[in-house]
Design a protein around this ligand. Sequence first.
Ligand code: ADP
Ligand code: MG
Length: 356
Amino acid sequence: MRIDIENIRKTFRHGTAAALAGVDLAVASGELVALLGPSGSGKTTLLRIIAGLEFPDGGRVLFDGEDASALPVRDRHVGFVFQQYALFRHMTVLENVAFGLRVRPRGTRPSDGEIDRRVRDLLTLVQLEGLEGRYPAQLSGGQRQRVALARALAIEPGVLLLDEPFGALDARVRKDLRRWLRDLHDRTGHTTVFVTHDQEEALELADRVVVFSQGRIEQAGSPVEVYDRPATPFVYDFLGSVNRLPVEVRDGHVWLEGHAQPLANGQAVDSTGLFTLYARPHDLGIADQTLPAGDALPGIVAAVRQAGAVVRLDVRVAGLDHLVEVEVSAGDERWRAWKTGSPVALVPARFDLFPR
Ligand code: ADP
Ligand code: MG
């Protein structure tokens, strides 16, 4: 099922700012989309509006091209899972998963035999065979979350909506469930909208990441796009580390303020004026200052930290009140020669300029 969200606006009665300030988003059939953003940015509100648990002040939600804005939740064919798995504690796993089918009105309710067959298939799908007789209290957090997913899938939803479904679990289990959910999605092909505030989770799991800030979409794109080509300073900051350098652009060159040499090795820039240069640590080239460094920026190594496959160097640059972080691959043997106090030269290989 395809979802089109058109100019959705929502302000809560006692809210000062809009929870959603005009959101447009198209989710293709079978796509797995992550809504990513800090707490309070409007992710849950949008998910609840898609589900029909909340109604917008303006805008439309369409399922497969048909306006569903006025439909109550039971007519939307959505399955949802929230952070607190909210299973029925007095029901077994089997009864929990069967619940959505058993409460269907007469006429649309499958036969008992059919319900039983479907529930057992689902429990196989979520790898919980053999646990049908257990109660929620007798399950681990990860198992409970898989029961909640099976229960959401039981009604054969066109859309699966997940609100921080692994948020309450520890890091190890969360990682396992992440991989497991991706695999489940690939096998079932449900259109899935997934809310998270965890950058790594969104980047690893989703086909497309939609970055939210203050009730607006900052950027929507593939994980590679939002990480490597952030559209705004906010996305740069929210998705990983970034260096910010105050620069001036003149004569087609980028100059760090107060420095005599342009710092971006010949990269042509059209505009002129004052900007902040944003560059990820791995997009800063680094070389020995003793090499002919051209128009690179001289600096002094302040710290060297190896973190598994990468090495991070803090570099002090004259005139900057903060350290610049550079990341190189641990396989790049040059870093072994760099110690605290070593002179080096920096060249931003890739960067963005945002006006100040
Ligand atoms: P997120 O899921 O990204 O953390 P929410 O969608 O829950 O954000 O909230 C967005 C904004 O709307 C926040 O400022 C929040 O306080 C406000 N909000 C959410 N639900 C309600 C509500 N039922 N009543 C009043 N304000 C709400
Ligand atoms: Mg939320």
